[in-house]
Design a protein around this ligand. Sequence first.
Ligand SMILES: CCCCC/C=C\C/C=C\C/C=C\C/C=C\C/C=C\C=C\C(=O)SCCNC(=O)CCNC(=O)[C@H](O)C(C)(C)COP(=O)(O)OP(=O)(O)OC[C@H]1O[C@@H](n2cnc3c(N)ncnc32)[C@H](O)[C@@H]1OP(=O)(O)O
Ligand code: FAD
Length: 664
Amino acid sequence: MDGIDHLADERNKAQFDVDAMKIVWAGSRHAFEVSDRISKLVAADPGFRKDNRPMLGRNELFKNTLRKAAYAWKRIIELHLSEEEAAKLRFYVDEPAYTDLHWGMFVPAIKGQGTEEQQQKWLPLAYKMQIIGCYGQTELGHGSNVQGLETTATFDPQTDEFVIHSPTLTSSKWWPGGLGKVSTHGVIYARLITDGRDHGVHGFIVQLRSLEDHSPLPGITVGDIGMKFGNGAYNTMDNGVLRFDHVRIPRDQMLMRVSQVTREGKYMQSDVPRQLVYGTMVYVRQTIVADASCALSRAVCIATRYSAVRRQFGSQDGGPESQVIDYKTQQNRLFPLLASAYAFRFVGEWLKWLYTDVTQRLQTNDFSTLPEAHACTAGLKSVTTTATADGIEECRKLCGGHGYLCTSGLPELFAVYVPACTYEGDNIVLLLQVARFLMKTVSQLGSGKKPVGTTSYMGQIEHLMQCRSNVQRAEDWLKPSAILEAFESRAARMSVACAQNLTKFTNPEEGFAELSADLVEAAVAHCQLIIVSKFIEKLLQDIPGKGVREQLEALCNIYALFLLHKHQGDFLSTGCITAKQASLANDQLRSLYSQVRPNAIALVDAFNYTDHFLGSILGCYDGNVYPKLYEAAWKDPLNDSVVPEGYHEYIRPLLKQNLRTARL
Ligand SMILES: CCCCC/C=C\C/C=C\C/C=C\C/C=C\C/C=C\C=C\C(=O)SCCNC(=O)CCNC(=O)[C@H](O)C(C)(C)COP(=O)(O)OP(=O)(O)OC[C@H]1O[C@@H](n2cnc3c(N)ncnc32)[C@H](O)[C@@H]1OP(=O)(O)O
Ligand SMILES: Cc1cc2nc3c(=O)[nH]c(=O)nc-3n(C[C@H](O)[C@H](O)[C@H](O)COP(=O)(O)OP(=O)(O)OC[C@H]3O[C@@H](n4cnc5c(N)ncnc54)[C@H](O)[C@@H]3O)c2cc1C
């Protein structure tokens, strides 16, 4: 606006190489270059404008999303973008749309659960968007309990078809994104019935709409489920309702990698575990962890830049007031979130590796790491999305009153992000899955079976059950070994305590239900240990760039010690640390905040977000907040006229009446 960088002084304070940090954040030089190029391309294209979203009504908003999705596809084709570049483009367009589900769930479901033949038939159509698909699992009556789904797929041997049917109101499909108005096809989950026998839930490719005129096919009732939380926000998505009235599909449209139905109607299961039917959810949960770091870093970038711009109190001799970022309370709320964004980035990278590894193993029929992959994706999805949703709201508060304005970008970010705590598995339901996995691990400890992967720490259970932290000075908390021992012993002791309490119940399922709140806490402790340990492992790698490692070490320590402080009840009650050691951790945390303070702006610059992507006046790169806020206010439709519409109808009569009353 005035061409001046109002945050230049802050940028000059940085004690590390920001460009090198950008590459660490992106994951590689190649990933950085792709991301940088595509984000700038999107930002410069008026076709991807998004600042008017909160002002649009539902129909206008949705049509605008359709236009953008079609335009994005046109640009992808024109520019010959690779799959990686196209995914980045959709990411930076930053508008939830049916394409998320098409590329994010429909295609992966066919890839993961379809046979080679099915993949060859359906994937080319999907890749060219000649068909558009959604993921139709959840129903009005059941979401978390997938085994409770009611839609049926009954095999008819006479015609070699399945009959897809919604027998009750509660069996209506409800929520699938892209279903409401767009999808031509869906991977639909239904109970497979052959010869009167129910074989449980399986996936089927079902055509929903005509490829000629988009009308629903016979027997199909489909529509949108209605407005969701927040103006604009996730209302760009057509989450849908769908009912089937005896809809017939050919037999070869059942996804048959896990189990098959023969021409004669015989149900056959391959060696592949039935849980692979849930495989698409594992895949998406893994991507959601990486997305958590994006959403949180975005909010933190806004709050950090604005905290350096905003001044309140503390003026000396008529000089400027203090920057709010210099208040320790502000740092104590903001810097752990900055550290969490980095922590989630690195655990997301690791989880992607774990997922790739398990996928390769599955291809050779090695299913041994599937339970761990399920527990890790479920648990980390839960812990990172909860922290991110809470963190975005905290960032809004960190921006004071201006954070509540749509132009801060934070209300929309929160509204779009918060359902991540629910979709792809309610966070509590997922933590209970982790708890089951942990209880199984503890119960096998005496059997000679060595715990592996993320539970390998349980292999030293005797040590972890009785060790005492040897931290004596605040600086001792900077040792990774001190942090790891505290987190491992806390997690191990909480799991073992649950396992011991479970033995008091004659019926284990009753015990599990009764102790579920404690089990969830044990699962959280285990997941936080994974995040801390993966951050520490990241620091063992070669990290080029002046001062980059030092900054990451500080952030890693902040993340760990902040958790230790927040959950000190766990650490103290399990006897892993003393009250004195907890207090030393807090002293160390304060000193780490001072270390990070001069680098804070550079640490958020390292995310390399364009102003377009951030979509926030408070977070704009040049920090020129006030003129931009002032100017934006005048662009609000309410300011189109000086005297508002409705004055003559509703304000003037009131004022006149008050005058008469006053004269009486
Ligand atoms: C405008 C601004 C824009 C800003 C944008 C900013 C940010 C955006 C950020 C992020 C967006 C990112 C992504 C968006 C993506 C998606 C959103 C849209 C779509 C959402 C889609 C969905 O929600 S799809 C539906 C998802 N549904 C669920 O997740 C249901 C949850 N329930 C279950 O998974 C299961 O029912 C269950 C696991 C809870 C229980 O299953 P059940 O069979 O009853 O299990 P048991 O408990 O009996 O277990 C049996 C054994 O199976 C093992 N197991 C269970 N699940 C799995 C699995 N997935 N994989 C492997 N194994 C599994 C379990 O451990 C048991 O094993 P044991 O017998 O050995 O004990
Ligand atoms: C924005 C959005 C997009 C979505 N997109 C899709 C999609 O594309 N496709 C699709 O199929 N689905 C989709 N869903 C549905 C989503 O996956 C489900 O809403 C989710 O899995 C949660 O299930 P539920 O709604 O049945 O919650 P419920 O299970 O009914 O949860 C209600 C409450 O009960 C608690 N609870 C449930 N079971 C237990 C238990 N065993 N122990 C303790 N507490 C329990 C939960 O913690 C929660 O507090 C979407 C949902 C949203 C919000």
